[in-house]
Write a protein that binds this ligand. Structure first.
Ligand code: F6R
Length: 624
């Protein structure tokens, strides 16, 4: 079998794992493999190498070059021809050296690297501490090392299978043990893991670029499998130890394509990673009876009850997520919410007090305008919450409460998966606050919670609209004026559609509240103008359809994005209808953003533009 394009679901979005066994010095292969995973973004890195019954390890905050400098500076000797390496993107615990991987058991017998999140790590840690284990980090991963120590009499593969069974959540593991020379054991449950088959040497990695310079023969480790990798063999078993037939594939990608997971651009890769970004962001945050759980974020019941007003501050796409959050917090938690562009907030003398909660939303966590706004709020005595994709970012450090989206590093300059993850997390926050404040019961929240749970699947469905959006982009490649209209929660979705078209395809696009068009902008509607209408909010659909028919009557070409059951009605006032999966609660507007992202992406690509780095834009805006 040949892999010509992406392997769906194989794109890990956080942390990078590399394992090597063979005749060559492992440190070169591990450092080289980690360097090939740098594109994923990370905050610290480390490796452990085995030789002659000893394990040597080094970990370092910063770049692979910093790690390599320690490995090669002569103060540490790193011979050995098998080992594991890791780049860490912090999820549990700050980006510090003790939190960097590999992690060890109490005896230093086991070294383990991990990609994913162990949801029940707090219970497991308490249990292990009760049995006398001491912990050296704040990570969830370390529990896996101590669990293996508990099973020191078992073969390593069996112990890893046991760890996969006992740990809930998402795990890809690579483990070496002092007493098992020449063996790297991997385990996969929910996070990707691939094997590179060389000649007399083998690799284990979370993504293909880690070994593509050495071999193009690879195997995908299937779900709930353990793999024993030796220099001359690879053995895959299920969790009960039954051997499985491995399926080998040839990778046809070049290095650049491999970094992008087979996609032509990071932007498209990240658009397709949105289901996974939401799944990881929600992982461990919905309890067994459907209750939102935001433990460890600093948002305790007392704070949730005490808040008398929420202010959201953000810029650009994050601001649109903030606008959507307003609907969730007001509708569900009944808290008044004001949403401000960060750059405007502190210059309007907002009235804040210790019961004000100021939520700064920023994927990078480094946006100067948002940092300025939350610092001002802190100075006024308000509580500050950060919604960010980067754990150790300046915004996270300024905040009392840190809500991390787990979208993984976003490399395309224009935000996509971080935005969808922000919206999912902020909706969960709205439901959490509603329950904590006694406005909703867990049972009443179950509808919206289930809608959030199903969001990854619904996102997969809307990604199927890519070909249709490509066709529309081809049809309208020369159109000069686009409008994006919505009402209620569909309004920020429309604004986001317009922003994406401006920044990716350099086309003038106006986002408007549909009801506002008649107060002026309708003068611009004439034949040749394309109007996208987002109409997922069923409470407002008649009003929305009337507004769109006003556009059509003036010669505009109207495209309506609408839930499947409203397609018939929408068709009356539209030239074209894009059906979205039926939704509950506030999910429809989130889904509507995806085809709009794809439309802008395809139009930009047709025009030959650099979608990963649009002109004049920067990923992190650190100036006011
Ligand atoms: C648009 C985009 C920008 C950012 C804005 C805020 O695609 O990426 O509008 O959303 O610069 O950035 P963060 O979220 O890092 O504060």
């Amino acid at each position: 079998m040949r892999v010509l394009f992406r392997v769906r679901g194989s794109n890990a979005i956080m942390c990078g794992i590399v394992g090597y066994v063979g005749p060559r010095p492992a440190r070169e292969l591990l450092l080289g493999g980690l360097a090939r995973l740098e594109y994923r973004g990370y905050d610290s890195a480390g490796l452990a190498i085995g030789q002659n019954g000893a394990l040597r390890s080094v970990r370092q905050v910063g770049k692979i070059a910093d790690l390599a400098a320690v490995v090669d500076d002569g103060s540490e000797s790193f011979p050995g021809s098998y080992g594991v390496g890791h780049t860490r993107w912090a999820t549990h615990g700050a980006p510090t050296t003790p939190n960097a991987h590999p992690h060890f058991d109490c005896t230093g017998e086991v070294a383990i690297v991990h990609n994913g999140i162990i949801e029940n790590w707090v219970e497991l840690k308490a249990w292990l501490e009760g049995r006398g284990h001491g912990f050296a980090s704040d990570t969830d991963t370390e529990v896996a090392a101590h669990l293996i120590e508990e099973m020191s009499t078992l073969p390593l593969a069996q112990a890893v299978a046991e760890v996969l069974s006992r740990c809930e959540g998402a795990l890809a593991l690579a483990v070496i043990r002092r007493s098992d020379p020449g063996l790297v054991v991997g385990g996969r449950k929910g996070s990707p893991l691939v094997i590179g088959r060389g000649s007399g040497e083998n690799f284990l990695a979370s993504d293909i670029p880690a070994f593509i310079a050495h071999t193009r023969r690879m195997m995908v480790v299937p779900e709930d499998r353990v793999v024993e990798v030796r220099s001359d063999s690879v053995r895959i078993t299920d969790l009960s130890g039954v051997e499985q037939e491995p399926e080998e594939q040839d990778v046809e990608w070049d290095m650049e394509a491999a970094e992008k997971g087979g996609y032509p651009t990071f932007m498209l890769k990240e658009i397709y990673e949105q289901p996974q970004a939401v799944a990881e962001t929600l992982l461990g945050r919905i309890g067994p009876t459907g209750e939102p759980m935001l433990d460890g974020t600093g948002l305790n019941a007392e704070v949730a009850k005490d808040v008398d007003k929420v202010f959201v501050v953000a810029c650009g796409t994050s601001y649109h997520a903030g606008m959507m959050a307003k609907y969730a917090l007001e509708r569900w938690a009944k808290i008044p919410v004001e949403v401000d562009l960060s750059s405007e907030f502190r210059y309007r003398d907002p009235v804040l007090n210790p019961r004000s909660l100021v939520i700064g939303i920023s994927q990078s966590g480094e946006t100067a305008d948002t940092l300025g706004a939350v610092r001002y709020a802190r100075g006024q005595g308000a509580k500050v919450a950060a919604v960010t994709n980067v754990v150790g970012s300046s915004l996270a450090r300024e905040a009392h409460i840190v809500l991390q989206t787990r979208a993984g590093p976003e490399i395309g300059v224009a935000a996509s998966k971080t935005f969808i993850a922000q919206m999912a997390l902020l909706q969960l926050l709205g439901l959490h606050m509603a329950i904590e404040r006694g406005v909703m019961t867990t049972a009443q929240a179950s509808g919206p919670v289930n809608a959030l749970r199903s969001l990854p699947d619904r996102l997969e469905e809307v990604l199927e609209l890519s070909d249709e959006m490509l066709e529309l982009a081809n049809r309208w490649r020369d159109v000069r004026d686009f409008f994006f209209l919505g009402r209620s929660v569909d309004y920020p979705a429309a604004l986001e559609g317009a922003l994406k078209l401006k920044e990716l395809a350099y086309v003038r696009a106006e986002g408007y509240a549909a009801g506002e068009m008649k107060h002026g902008p309708i003068a611009l509607i004439e034949p040749g103008v394309v109007v996208f209408g987002v109409a997922t909010d069923r409470r407002l659909r008649s009003k929305m359809f009337s507004n769109l028919s006003e556009m059509k009557a003036r010669g505009g070409t109207v495209v309506t994005l609408v839930g499947e059951e409203d397609v018939g009605e929408a068709a009356v006032t539209s030239d074209l209808v894009i059906p979205l999966p039926e939704d509950a609660a506030l999910i429809g507007a989130v889904l509507a953003v995806v085809p709009l992202q794809l439309f802008s992406y395809h139009l930009a690509t047709i025009k030959g533009l650099n979608v990963d780095q649009p002109r004049n834009l920067a990923k992190t805006v650190t100036v006011e």
